[in-house]
Ligand binder design. Structure first.
Ligand code: HSE
Length: 307
């Protein structure tokens, strides 16, 4: 099939990983992808209808974020299918700091582009995704996988993606409540102290290098942050107790995942099961409705499957 000729009734499935932004000191710059996915199935239809399934009824209309992202592509390429069927299989928890909205944006843009015969390239789609989300830190790993650092000015974004060293294990400690990013950002001061800025530049750089070069000895000290976590931790019930417990069970570092409320603990891989066992027991006592996911990094990012 000529990929430049859109075909009615063509089906596309797009799988996008959940992500954890910031990783402590890399505020608004770093993000990492995990083997936890949202999967979107798209079908261009001839029936003139919009049908959205797999999400609560309130997201089944034109305000659906995946649909909104698709419209950006259709507008850009001056093509739109007559009708559309969209099914979402959601494994990434919503409003927990795990990049669920980034999965919707990337899934919608990539899916719509594939339905249209892929007229837009990866860089164009990435810039569109960042413009929609406002920060590259979840979008970049959702798109490309791995550990990604991104910068952007005037609508153009650059990123560097690296695979995470194999010696680390990742544990998401997911609270039983949502924390809107807007509320978590409203807790931040408008201005920062220069010494705090300097502290974060050095700690962020060392965290990136420690994770990619396999240096648990460095990671143990580098994940400290002075730009956002001190101002947000009061929004997360049991924050201090959970961080303290995670450290006592062998975590090299613990941070707020994105804007929270999920916490990300990083341990040496050799300590994976002992940490999980202790942490599960601790959570059962202290926060019985919280969940613990033991995950691996995803180094592939978004994948498109034609059907
Ligand atoms: N980096 C953002 C924040 C969240 O911490 O507010 C993800 O974009």
């Amino acid at each position: 099939m000529n990929k430049n000729i859109p075909s009615e009734e063509r089906s596309v499935m797009v799988r996008v990983p959940g992500t954890s932004a910031n990783i402590g000191p890399g505020f608004d710059a770093f993000g990492m992808a995990f083997n936890l996915y949202n999967t979107f199935t798209f079908q261009a239809k001839n029936d003139g209808k919009l049908t959205i399934r797999g999400v609560p009824r309130k997201y089944q209309g034109k305000s659906n974020l995946v649909y909104k992202a698709m419209q950006k592509v259709f507008k850009q390429v001056h093509y739109s299918p007559r009708g559309l069927y969209l099914y979402t299989k959601t494994d990434v928890p919503v409003s927990r700091g795990l990049g669920s909205s980034a999965t919707c944006i990337v899934g919608g843009l990539v899916g719509a582009n594939a339905l249209c015969g892929s007229p837009l390239n990866e860089a164009e789609l990435f810039d569109m995704a960042v413009a929609m989300e406002g920060h590259p830190d979840n979008i970049a790993p959702a798109f490309f996988g791995g550990l990604v650092c991104a910068i952007g000015e005037n609508g153009h974004n650059d990123y560097i993606k690296k695979s995470v060293a194999d010696c680390f294990a990742f544990h998401l400690i997911i609270p039983d409540f949502e924390l809107p990013t807007k509320e978590a950002r409203a807790a931040l001061p408008d201005q920062i102290d220069r010494t705090d800025g300097v502290f974060n530049v050095a700690h962020a750089t060392m965290t990136y290098l420690a994770l990619t070069e396999g240096r648990p000895d460095v990671l143990k000290h580098s994940m400290a942050d002075k730009l956002h976590q001190p101002y947000r931790k009061h929004l997360i019930r049991s924050y201090d107790a959970v961080c303290q417990a995670a450290k006592s069970y062998g975590a090299l570092g613990v941070c707020i995942s994105g804007a929270g409320p999920t916490l990300l603990a990083i341990t040496p891989k050799s300590n994976l099961s002992a940490f999980s066992e202790h942490m599960r027991r601790f959570l059962a006592r202290r926060e019985p409705h919280w969940q613990l996911y033991d995950l691996d990094p995803d180094n592939n990012g978004t994948t498109v499957i034609f059907k």
